[in-house]
Design a protein around this ligand. Structure first.
Ligand code: PEP
Length: 247
């Protein structure tokens, strides 16, 4: 029996109410692909509306980030409990657009992961090197540091995902090669093993220019549990062939 893959669509800062039919089309067409667990990460403003529009479907919803505190005087921020209340089951943390665009350090990502677990959300923690770091031969060192500092010990008792997302592959159309993904996965797996023992419940995702033409090959890599998809998740036409790649 084929493995079930998580195919997660990160809409980033895209999507008005008029985009809800896209999510409904994805939900309807996902029924034909029982080997994929399909998740959508809309902007926070759409989350409750999407939860309502997709009620009764198998689509998992998630937030794109959360604050490290449960509530309080944090203007403009969204807590993990608020995401949960709005219909989320998961949350993306440490995305490179947060790490680099908002200068979020690993320690903050770890606190956010703790907040997600307190709220009952499954975190997807993103790690990945920049092009400069890769070209300087620092990839392994960077990934190790991000894993050590962004993953809190509490994950040892929880379901979570680590998404390997090389920064140079995000939104560029240039996906990592199979060998690059496998090398990163081996390092991540070894780290999780060391930290959490052989029975850890962490799942390994890849993100970075996953498209209809390369999804099937990427999802066939050994030990991969799914893909985090940005640009190609914004239309059912692009996203559904990726979901079908899990068949
Ligand atoms: C992402 O933002 O996580 C991502 C993988 O984007 P894209 O698929 O557009 O490269």
């Amino acid at each position: 029996m084929p493995q079930t893959h998580l195919i997660a669509g990160n809409w980033k800062m895209n999507g008005l109410k008029s985009a809800l039919p896209v999510a409904q089309a994805i939900a309807a067409r996902s029924r034909n692909h029982p080997n994929a667990r399909v998740a959508l990460f809309p902007p926070a403003t759409l989350l409750p509306l999407m939860a309502e529009a997709l009620a009764g479907s198998a689509i998992i919803l998630g937030g794109q980030d959360c604050h490290h505190a449960d509530s309080g005087a944090y203007t403009g921020d969204v807590s993990a409990a608020m995401l949960k209340d709005a219909g989320a089951q998961m949350v993306i943390l440490g995305h490179s657009e947060r790490r680099h665009g908002h200068l979020e350090p690993c320690a903050l990502v770890a606190r956010k992961a703790q907040a997600a677990l307190r709220a009952g959300l499954e975190p997807i923690i993103c790690i990945g090197e920049t092009l400069d770091q890769r070209q300087s031969g620092l990839t392994r060192q960077v990934l190790e540091r991000q894993l050590t500092d962004s993953l809190p010990d509490e994950l040892g008792r929880a379901a979570f995902h680590v998404s390997y997302e090389p920064v140079w592959a995000i939104g560029t159309g240039l996906a990592a090669t199979d060998a690059q993904i496998e090398e990163a996965f081996a390092l991540i797996r070894a780290h999780l093993h060391r930290r959490f023992g052989p029975d850890f419940v962490g799942h390994l995702l890849y993100g970075g220019s996953v498209k209809p033409h390369n999804a099937r090959q990427i999802l066939a890599l050994p030990g991969i549990s799914g893909a985090l998809v940005g640009g190609a998740s914004l239309t059912a036409e692009d996203f559904m062939p990726i979901v079908a790649g899990a068949d």
